[in-house]
Design a protein around this ligand. Structure first.
Ligand code: UD1
Length: 417
């Protein structure tokens, strides 16, 4: 069941609903730990990262129950402060539990977090920001212990706008004494969702959506009912599938307001896109054009998570495209797999991919090595002539509820086996 088979080469037609956002739900679930009450989180995607996060919460004493896409977390009793094992090391966002545990319990020993092999992904900035707030951190080879001396608000300026560090500082700051001013904070929509969740629960946060966040710590938090917004990267995945394979699709609930840079890139390649409250209507044009230069950037720029997803599309666009990756240094791992399918791509200076468009891709057996790269191979399979077999699909399950179901809704012959 870890393999996906795709019979590609046909245009996509139909509609599918976009699931809840992975990168929004994970910090919200961590934040629920700060609330000594019961929270109900709706539209939780049924993905393995959520499953692992819920196991971690259960492991430290939260009561978790799940009904379809609604998750109830009762964090009135938290009994443990040690987190290790695969649920931590297999998922980068387990690091957000650091800020939440410090805010709630005051101490945590945890294994270094894992996640996709897309770069070095250090945690130095998490550590330095939390140290400034009064946390002692002792690093060992396989794990580290963080302990609150006195959790106090302060002014923190991030040297780079890291999403995870911004989340951790917010989580610790709502429980800290006094005011935390976080400068150069990440502005990704998932940060906005986290702030809105905490604000609904009683936290006082100013500057939401901007690069300076002012958090007044110590306000009492209470249980809430909260809905997770749709996943912009999943919507972007199916946008790229339609662009690559051609056709006309509708993505129900697609969060178009968060997708400007992706929509702009898709229009540049060749799509007629209409945005409505209900979602995104995408009509692929007959011809695909190269994008001479595209660089990944922090929000609202073109997301690093979309970089591998646009690559198969550009691989069959007319002309030469250059993609520059500026966020994660090891995000070109699918290039060799795409080349096996007939793509003409060359990596230059480690951070740039030069893509020369060819007429079509050819189906073959390829292997997923990480989440978005794996989904990109599925897109390549939808576009390619003949059958594509994508192995190691558990990576894809980290972030997609059921990529086969969604693409079947769009007319693709695709199945697991
Ligand atoms: C989050 C997202 C991921 C997305 C990324 C950038 C989740 C679960 N994951 O990852 O999908 O691609 O944002 O939008 O939400 N860095 C350091 N030291 C640190 C922390 C980060 O040097 O302590 C560097 C990273 O190596 C990277 C850059 O900062 O080069 C940005 O990383 P960051 O924004 O922290 O990404 P994540 O939170 O890991």
């Amino acid at each position: 069941m870890d393999t996906i088979h795709i019979r590609g080469g046909n245009a996509l037609f139909g509609e599918t609903r976009v699931q809840g956002s992975k990168n929004a739900v994970l910090p919200v679930l961590a934040a629920a730990l700060l609330i000594e009450d019961v929270c109900v989180i709706d539209n939780c995607p049924r993905i393995s990262d959520v499953h692992h996060m819920l196991m971690l919460l259960e492991g430290i004493g939260c009561r978790v129950s799940r009904k379809n896409r609604s998750v109830t977390i009762d964090a009135r009793n938290v009994s443990d402060d040690t987190m290790s094992g695969e649920n931590v090391t297999g998922m980068r966002s387990s690091i957000t539990l650091l800020g939440a545990m410090l805010g709630r319990v005051g101490e945590i020993t945890m294994a270094y977090p894992g996640g996709c092999v897309i770069g070095e992904r250090p945690i130095d900035l998490h550590i330095s920001a939390l140290r400034r707030m009064g946390v002692d951190i002792c690093e060992r080879e396989s794990n580290f212990t963080a302990k609150v001396r006195k959790l106090e608000g302060t002014v923190i300026r991030l040297p780079l706008s890291s999403v995870g560090v911004t989340e951790n500082v917010i989580l610790a700051a709502v429980k800290a004494k006094g005011v935390t001013v976080l400068q150069n904070a990440a502005k990704e929509p998932e940060i906005v969702t986290l702030c809105e969740f905490l604000r609904d629960a009683g936290a006082v946060i100013e500057g939401i959506g901007g690069s300076t966040l002012i958090i007044q710590g110590g306000h009492p938090l209470h249980g809430v009912s909260f809905r997770i917004p749709a996943d912009r990267i999943v919507a972007g995945t199916y946008l790229m599938a339609a662009l690559g394979a051609g056709g006309h699709i509708f993505l129900e609930d697609a969060p178009s307001a968060q997708m400007h840079s992706m929509i702009k890139a898709a229009e540049q390649i060749g799509a007629d896109i209409t945005v409505s409250r209900e979602g995104l209507n995408i009509m692929a044009q007959e011809k695909k054009r190269a994008i001479p230069y595209l660089r990944t950037e922090i929000y609202p720029g073109f997301p690093t998570d979309m970089q591998s997803l646009i690559m198969p599309v550009l691989a069959t666009a007319e002309g030469v495209s250059v993609i520059e990756e500026t966020v994660f240094e090891n995000r070109f791992r699918i290039v060799e797999e795409l080349k096996r399918m007939g793509a003409c791509i060359e990596i230059q200076k480690k951070s740039q991919a030069l893509i020369v468009g060819t007429d079509s891709l050819l189906g073959c057996e390829v292997s997923a090595q990480e989440l978005r790269g794996g989904a990109a191979l599925v897109i390549a399979g939808c576009m390619a002539q003949g059958e594509t077999v994508v192995k190691n699909c558990h990576f894809i399950e980290r972030g997609y509820e059921d990529i086969c179901r969604d693409l079947q809704n769009l007319g693709v012959t695709i199945y697991t086996g």
